[in-house]
Structure formats: structure tokens, C-alpha cells
Design a protein around this ligand. Structure first.
Ligand code: SF4
Ligand code: SF4
Length: 447
């Protein structure tokens, strides 16, 4: 990369915000492992689509990597044992979303080597696109950027759609999170293998890795390692929130817009997170399932922040005990502080879609526990909204409980709850919360 490309203004989308990044806490921390928790809790519904169906019984012994639940249909994925041990229970457990959900409780054998012995070696070059799609589902892979949408489903776009371009999302625009950054630096070969597999499965002609320009070391690193014979490039985009949202990244890299209410496949694009493709490149050659993921644990209330390879099902209480939680902690968020979910219980486990655990302090200005004032019509929220909605008007309608009008006249359903409007609002109006509730009420009315 020449000097010019290091300093030039990189492509971007309209609107958005520039929150304080806080990435320096963990950006240079290599991915490390922690000891296994004594018990793992593996929810059967930790992805979009139908929950998985248990394959094991209470009292059964399982080895690390063995399938323990099967997919229930095409839009569903199986689960694999994240450790060698014994099934202690299949019962309800707390989830990040609030209500308890059915989960497999696995007592981990302390003395086991925890080697993955459950392999099914494959010749990737001999696999057809359909075989790759089936193998991706068998691996239990979902979007590791936070969406948790089954990865194989995106490889089969609705009929009439053809995937031309694969976008590999390495933006990681949420404050604090650096796990994707570390994956790009440390799991480069697996990532390239995963991109090759996704190119073949989707039939896309090229892949573009999009990386925010606060990670130019990753762009340089990737460009140096990408094989010249492959149609894969790495491009820097502006560091701006929410650059990592699919529609924003497509706009930045290709200057194309996904139609309102549509999906990227409508304009010939599939978007995959770098962590998802690195896992694809790691798991598929050996026919293994997803049993762990990289998680950034950070924030001012974490004593030893870092990036960790965490077995799926590890309870937050155990994880936070290992990295140290300060007495000043005010809120613990799964994911990043902009779109993540505050947890009510430390018994909630790390699931496939959890990219970060962020612990904020009680006095942290990022916390939403601030006095709310009336709207002063300053227009800041309109300038921030990346999909050009009118959050001020939507907020007023939400307070008046006119939820259907919000959807019918003011495009509420295009809101993807990025949090930009609430972040800039000088009146501290919890706009995103209002919109989440309004959408949920409208959904309930339709069922
Ligand atoms: S939360 Fe919704 S309304 Fe607010 S800025 Fe994001 S997309 Fe726009
Ligand atoms: S930013 Fe807040 S105060 Fe300003 S117009 Fe929007 S809702 Fe009203």
C-alpha cells in the first residue's frame, strides 16, 4: 500500500456518527484461551430460524465436537458439544433477550484433554457448491458478527437472484470490539480459505473485504497475503458508525443501494462477516462443528480486557470472573454498546452471535441512565440516521402510541435499531428503545 492510499479519504455512506472508539483497550491483544468453565449452557435457539432439536439425553457422555442437537429444517443449524463431559440437564436457562429458553447443560470433565476427536476429513476442491452449502449447515455456522443468521441460507438466494459479489465484512464499527480485527491479523489463511469456499458455493465472481480505516494494518496484512490468482481484494472504508451494517457497507464499497424492504441478494450481493468465514475455513476441511468463537471482553469496568477464544455456552459469570470485574460496574452488554443488549443475569451464556462483552461503569456517559427532556426539534437525529428516517417524528408518534402510523407513514420497519439517533439526541430521548418496542407491538398485532 502506497503512502497516498494510507492518507486518502476512504469511501463511505451518508449520515451516521463518530462515537469514541475505545478500541485501544484490546486492539493489540492477541486471541487467548481461558480454562473451561465447570458447566456450559448451550441454548437450542441461539440463531435465527427454528431452534435445534436435542440429540442427547440427560446422563449421556459426549466428546468435544460431537453433534448434540440437529437442525430443524433448512433455516436452522445443529449444535456441537463445546467440551467433553456429561449432559447434566436439558432445561430452561436465562437468555440475553429476557425470557428463559431451552438449553443443554453440559458438565465439563476437568481431567479430559479437550482435544477435538470428532473429525470428518474432506477434500474441499472436490466438493460441489451444494455440498459446500450442506457442509456449512452441518457445521452449525451462523453470522458471527452478531446477526446469528444461518450462513448456509445466504448461499442459496431466493429464485431469480444471482450472487455476483461477495462482501466480506471486516468493519467492526461498534466501539470497544476488536475480535474481527484480531481474526483478520491472526486467522488470515483460514479467512482466505473461507472466502474461497463462499465464492464457490454462491457462484460469486469476486469478493471484496471491507475494513474500516482505523484498521489499516489489517488491510496491509490482507493485501500482502491474498493470492494474486484469486478475485479477492481488501479495501479500506471510512471509520464511521454503522459502517458494518450490510446496507451501509454495500453503499460504501459499490455505491449501490439495497431496495427498501429488500435483501442484498436482490442486487446480487451476499455479505459475510470475517469471523464467520474464518470459522468456515477452519471447520470445513475437517468436517467439524462450531464450538467456540472469538469474543472481545472490554470496557472501563473490566480489569484485564482482551480477546479470547471462548467455548460456546460459557456463562458470563465465569468469564467475567477470569478477567476481573470492577466494583464500579453499572451495566454489562452483550455485543457492542450501540446495538448490543444489556444483560439482566450473569448466568446468561456466550452464544454463537456474541462478539463482545462490554462492562460499563455506573458513571459512564455511554449509559442511558440520563434524564430525558422534551424534543427541541434540533434535527440532529435526522442528520444522523443512515437510512434517512425522521426519528424525531417517529419518537413523538411512539409516545402517542400511534405504532401503526409509524410503520405506514414513516417507514418504521426500515429502522434497523442502529442507535445513531438516540446517541446524538441532546434531550436523551431513548428513541431506539421506543422503535424496538413499537416494532414488537406491530409484530404481535400481525400474529
Ligand atoms: S435507530 Fe433507526 S431511526 Fe434511529 S438512526 Fe438508526 S435506523 Fe435511524
Ligand atoms: S435529536 Fe432529539 S431533540 Fe433533536 S430533533 Fe431529534 S428527537 Fe428532537
Amino acid at each position: 500500500m502506497g503512502l497516498f492510499s494510507l492518507f486518502k479519504r476512504h469511501p463511505t455512506f451518508d449520515h451516521g456518527i463518530y462515537p469514541v472508539e475505545h478500541k485501544e483497550l484490546t486492539a493489540s491483544q492477541p486471541i487467548r484461551r481461558l480454562p473451561f468453565a465447570p458447566e456450559l449452557v448451550i441454548p437450542l435457539a441461539q440463531h435465527r430460524g427454528a431452534p435445534a432439536l436435542p440429540l442427547v439425553k440427560v446422563g449421556q457422555e459426549v466428546v468435544r465436537g460431537e453433534p448434540i442437537a440437529q437442525a430443524d429444517g433448512f433455516v436452522s443449524v445443529p449444535m456441537h458439544a463445546p467440551a467433553t463431559g456429561m449432559i447434566r440437564a436439558i432445561t430452561l436457562a436465562p437468555s440475553a433477550n429476557g425470557p428463559k429458553t431451552l438449553a443443554i447443560h453440559l458438565k465439563v470433565y476437568e481431567a479430559a484433554s479437550q482435544e477435538v476427536l470428532y473429525d470428518l476429513e474432506r477434500d474441499l476442491d472436490a466438493m460441489s457448491p451444494d455440498e459446500i452449502v450442506a457442509a456449512v449447515q452441518d457445521a452449525g455456522l451462523v453470522g458471527l458478527g452478531g446477526g446469528a443468521f444461518p450462513s448456509h441460507v445466504k448461499m442459496k438466494p431466493p429464485s431469480g437472484r444471482v450472487i455476483e459479489t461477495l462482501i466480506v465484512n471486516g468493519c467492526e464499527c461498534e466501539p470497544y470490539l476488536t475480535c474481527d480485527h484480531r481474526v483478520m491479523l491472526e486467522q488470515t489463511d483460514a479467512l482466505i480459505r473461507g472466502i474461497k469456499l463462499a465464492l464457490k458455493a454462491t457462484g460469486a465472481k469476486r469478493a471484496i473485504i471491507g475494513v474500516e480505516d482505523n484498521k489499516l494494518d489489517a488491510v496491509t496484512h490482507l493485501r500482502a497475503r491474498l493470492p494474486k490468482a484469486l478475485p479477492i481484494t481488501a479495501e479500506a472504508v471510512e471509520t464511521k458508525y454503522p459502517q458494518g451494517a450490510e446496507k451501509m457497507l454495500i453503499k460504501s464499497l459499490l455505491n449501490k443501494e439495497v431496495p427498501a424492504g429488500g435483501i442484498p441478494a436482490d442486487i446480487g450481493i451476499a455479505v459475510y462477516n470475517v469471523g464467520t468465514l474464518a470459522q468456515m475455513g477452519t471447520l470445513l476441511p475437517k468436517g467439524r462443528g462450531l464450538i467456540e468463537r472469538v469474543v472481545t471482553i472490554s470496557g472501563p469496568a473490566i480489569e484485564r480486557p482482551g480477546n479470547f477464544m471462548v467455548p460456546i455456552g460459557t456463562p458470563l459469570r465465569y468469564l467475567l470472573g477470569r478477567v476481573g470485574l470492577a466494583d464500579t460496574v453499572g451495566e454489562i452488554i452483550l455485543g457492542g454498546p450501540m446495538m448490543g443488549m444489556a444483560v439482566a443475569s450473569l448466568d446468561v451464556p456466550v452464544t454463537k452471535g456474541v462478539s463482545g462483552v462490554v462492562a460499563l461503569e455506573r458513571a459512564d456517559p455511554d449509559l442511558a441512565l440520563r434524564k430525558v427532556y422534551p424534543c427541541i426539534k434540533c434535527g440532529e437525529c435526522l442528520k444522523a440516521c443512515p437510512v434517512s428516517l425522521n426519528p424525531s417524528m417517529l419518537g413523538e408518534l411512539a409516545q402517542a402510541r400511534q405504532y401503526e402510523r409509524m410503520a405506514d407513514e414513516f417507514n418504521l420497519n426500515q429502522c434497523f435499531e442502529c442507535g445513531c439517533c438516540a446517541y446524538v439526541c441532546p434531550s436523551n430521548i431513548p428513541l431506539t428503545q421506543y422503535f424496538r418496542i413499537a416494532k414488537s407491538i406491530n409484530r404481535d398485532k400481525q400474529t
